[in-house]
Design a protein around this ligand. Structure first.
Ligand code: HEC
Ligand code: HEC
Length: 357
């Protein structure tokens, strides 16, 4: 009886779509469960050993959800519309455009290596306490995906293929918003970047790596020296993933004429004076792939970003005490930019699955 009912639903669904839904075998072939990646060069741990390590089955389900426009009200916007794999899961525009062409005020940040973050807060202002909590936000954000959680759950529940894979991930085939968020978060955690030129430079020495001498140019090495030395970039862009996961005011968005910040950032979450205009330190992994930069996309190039640091940020009452004028020559500034391009790695590339449930 249950089988008959399921069949009726499948037939109704295919009639509605005008084509037969993919079989489980086709779906498995298009999006197989993938083992978690081994430890990449430049990482301290393997992904499997982090707290909240992603579960491969959930990450596979999350991959469909991430690329599926049906999570939005009109079927046109998926998470990948703004978080594009080829741009390090960020985007090449200053701010995001969501449903009905609506433009937001902030740039979609990269979440590469978020599984390894020191602290779990997400968004530029840290208002979500986990990737799971974060993932629910865009679905019902009226200018992003413009859908309700209730509708998304109803839509996905009506798709037998999705129910099958929710069953494999969670033990029964109920679709809930928390399960959607869990699967999305686990997919995001599998997006790891390593094996960059800089990672190899640090990990190996001449005897271990053929062509070691050619890995980093003299200019790039000078950039490395400055980044960790006199330019003090690593006070905030710290560790293997180049972020302290904390919040700092660099003066981005400060209007000296009106003496106002365009976006109060972390302050809106904590209400603490020191957090006015403070934003989360973004990872610099693969940063060369997603200009323009900063929470508002206001700086067009890495050269512009370095200029911003060179003058000590934009003076304002809440400027981070860790910001100060840098005495850098033009060659030094160019070296810092060259160094940042050495942080482009691999391990996260993806395309939408060819077949969806
Ligand atoms: C319309 C564009 C758009 C869509 C669609 C979108 N995002 Fe985002 N995403 C953004 C923007 C903009 C931010 C930063 C917002 C902020 O900080 O207030 C962001 C932030 C994030 C972050 C935080 C990263 C960090 O380091 O703090 C994650 C993770 C994320 N999005 C995942 C998702 C997922 C999962 C989906 C699909 C359910 C999604 N996004 C859909 C634009 C989008
Ligand atoms: C006081 C902490 C701090 C220091 C020091 C610091 N950064 Fe940053 N960095 C941040 C924060 C916070 C942001 C985001 C600011 C915003 O959007 O308002 C950022 C943004 C960036 C970005 C843009 C990334 C993106 O995805 O938009 C780059 C590139 C960058 N920093 C490079 C550097 C370099 C190079 C140095 C050294 C010259 C440096 N940073 C020093 C905290 C810091």
């Amino acid at each position: 009886m249950r089988r008959l009912l399921a069949l009726a639903v499948v037939l109704l669904f295919s009639a509605a779509c005008g084509r037969a839904p993919a079989t489980v075998a086709e779906l498995e072939a298009a999006n197989p469960v993938r083992p978690l990646p081994e430890k990449l060069v430049g990482h301290e741990f393997a992904l499997a050993s982090v707290k909240h390590a992603p579960e491969p089955e959930k990450a596979r389900l999350g991959r469909w959800l991430f690329f599926d426009g049906r999570l939005s009200a009109d079927g046109t916007i998926s998470c990948a519309t703004c978080h594009m794999p080829e741009h390090g899961f960020s985007e090449p525009t200053p701010t995001s455009t969501g449903i009905d062409g609506q433009v937001g005020g902030r740039k979609a940040p990269s979440f590469l290596n978020a599984a390894f973050a020191f602290y779990p807060e997400t968004f530029w202002d840290g208002r979500a306490g986990s990737l799971e909590e974060q993932a629910k936000g865009p679905i019902e954000n009226p200018i992003e995906m413009g859908e309700t959680h209730e509708n998304v759950v109803a839509k996905l529940s009506a798709i037998p293929g999705y129910r099958h894979f929710f069953g494999l991930s969670f033990g029964d085939d109920a679709v809930t918003i928390d399960r959607i968020a869990e699967a999305l978060a686990d997919y995001e955690r599998t997006r790891v970047s390593g094996n960059s030129t800089y990672d190899k430079w640090v990990a190996y020495d001449e005897d271990e790596y053929e062509g070691y001498d050619q890995l980093m140019t003299a200019q790039e090495q000078r950039g490395e020296e400055l980044f960790f030395g006199d330019a003090k970039c690593a006070t905030c862009h710290v560790g293997n993933h180049f972020t302290d996961s904390l919040f700092h005011n660099l003066g981005v968005g400060w209007d000296a004429e009106t003496e106002a910040l365009a976006d109060l950032g972390r302050f809106v979450v904590t209400g603490e004076e020191k957090d006015r205009g403070a934003f989360k330190t973004p990872t610099l992994r693969d940063v060369g792939l997603h200009a323009p930069y900063m929470h508002d996309g206001s700086q067009a190039t890495l050269e512009d970003v370095v200029e911003h640091y060179r003058k000590g940020g934009e003076k304002n009452p809440w400027l981070s005490p860790k910001m100060f004028e840098l005495e850098l020559s033009d060659e030094d500034a160019a070296a810092l930019v060259a160094f940042m391009h050495c942080l482009t790695g691999e391990g996260y590339a993806d395309v939408p699955p060819a077949v969806f449930p």
